[in-house]
Design a protein around this ligand. Structure first.
Ligand code: NAI
Length: 362
């Protein structure tokens, strides 16, 4: 059966790496009807917005999207397309598998963990007051009257909402992910020893959700101890589930364990929509030069194929990518440098993609 997927090529290196991804998926024999849609700065002239209605409608009707990176121009008046998509489709779970790959340039080997980050609330909810704002004065008054706490007059204030609803759905997502992906343990990360109301609620929900999954081991860790544990013994972790702020920071820490963002796939998932994409940006410095490494985008397609129930094709592609990286002769400059210390003998995006395709069709 053919699968419908919306493809947003993006800009910068986006068109090159999404093209590479498409060729690899085709070589794996999966039948996909690609619905191409546009987003980004180039759309402003044509449609007056970086995120045209047609693109939003397509995403709404198809529900599965793979995209290339999109540049966010610096300056006012341009909202990040990625943030807008997250809001429009309530993509509450950011999922980032971090797995060691040959040529990832990391000092660690055999790392294999998954970060599940809540995407919609916490200190990133945007509820902020400058020090001279009436809102800050109101919060200071409530803190004084209800808690006897003194907040300095010159303090700006951010509010951290952690709801039972959002905690319940992200924790359920993490446990479901563990179950469907053959993972054995979920670690809930928090700071409930200090933030008893917000993180305490999160931990409370974590424990009650864990009770519904007796087949999955559960533990909780305080965020600072979790960071030390990840750096000292990453093999102790499997799936980690975190509120938004810790999730943002620990996602990058975990990416660092596997050589940075360069080869890291990702997904933003909601109840009616899932968007898959590499975690790196649009790399304008190397765009259009046939030197970008498409691995992260190809691995994002593997996550998408699993989401579509095409697990065999996803495993075959992953194995082909690992084999080409391990063999080391048909790899892009970033990998060549990580493997040998020099870019001599590197190949381009297309030749790397050909090598992966050859492995798949052998
Ligand atoms: P970047 O990830 O685009 O580039 C950082 C460095 O990594 C550059 O030297 C680049 O050449 C290199 N690089 C990145 N991906 C590569 C690949 N696949 N192969 C080889 N080298 C690669 O980060 P930067 O420069 O901070 O962001 C550029 C633009 O991308 C910004 O406008 C940013 O807002 C946007 N961005 C978009 C994202 C998305 O659409 N999901 C995510 C992150 C950034």
């Amino acid at each position: 059966m053919a699968h419908d997927v919306v493809l947003i090529p993006g800009d910068g290196i986006g068109p090159e790496i999404t093209q590479a991804m498409r060729r690899v998926v085709a070589a794996a024999g999966v039948d996909i009807v690609w619905h191409e849609a546009q987003a980004g700065a180039a759309m402003i002239e044509k449609c007056g917005t970086p995120l045209p209605d047609r693109t939003l409608e397509l995403i709404r009707s198809v529900g599965v999207v793979i995209k290339g990176p999109i540049t966010t121009p610096v300056g006012h008046g341009f909202r990040s397309v990625n943030v807008a998509l997250r809001h429009a489709f309530d993509l509450y779970a950011c999922v980032r598998p971090c797995r060691s790959m040959p040529g990832d340039g990391s000092r660690y080997h055999d790392v294999d963990l998954v970060i599940v980050r809540e995407n919609t609330e916490d200190l990133y909810a945007g509820i902020e007051f400058s020090a001279d704002d009436a809102g800050a004065a109101a919060v200071r008054k409530v803190a004084r009257e209800q808690l006897g706490a003194t907040v300095r007059e010159d303090a700006a204030i951010s509010i951290k909402p952690i709801s039972r609803t959002a905690s319940e759905r992200i924790l359920t997502h993490a446990f479901d992910y563990a179950r469907t992906h053959g993972r054995s343990k979920v670690t809930a990360v928090h700071k409930a020893n200090i933030m008893k109301a917000t993180d305490g609620l999160y931990l409370d929900v974590a424990r009650s959700v864990a009770a519904r999954y007796p087949d999955i081991e559960f533990e909780d860790r305080i965020v600072d101890a979790a960071c030390m544990g990840l750096v000292m013994h990453p093999e102790d972790f499997d799936v980690l589930v975190l509120p938004n702020l810790y999730g943002d920071i620990v996602s990058d820490l975990a990416a660092g364990l596997v050589g940075g963002l360069g080869m890291a796939p990702g997904a933003n998932i909601g109840d009616g929509c899932a968007i898959f994409e590499a975690t790196h940006g649009s790399a304008p410095d190397i765009a259009g030069k046939d030197i970008a490494n498409p691995t992260a985008e190809i691995l994002s397609a593997c996550m998408m194929l699993e989401h579509l129930g095409e697990e065999d094709a996803a495993s075959a592609i992953r194995e082909a990518v690992v084999a080409v990286l391990e063999e080391g002769s048909s790899v892009t400059a970033d990998i060549k440098r990580a493997l040998t210390g020099s870019t001599a003998g590197a190949v381009g995006t297309r030749a790397f993609t050909d090598a992966v395709r050859d492995r798949l069709t052998r």
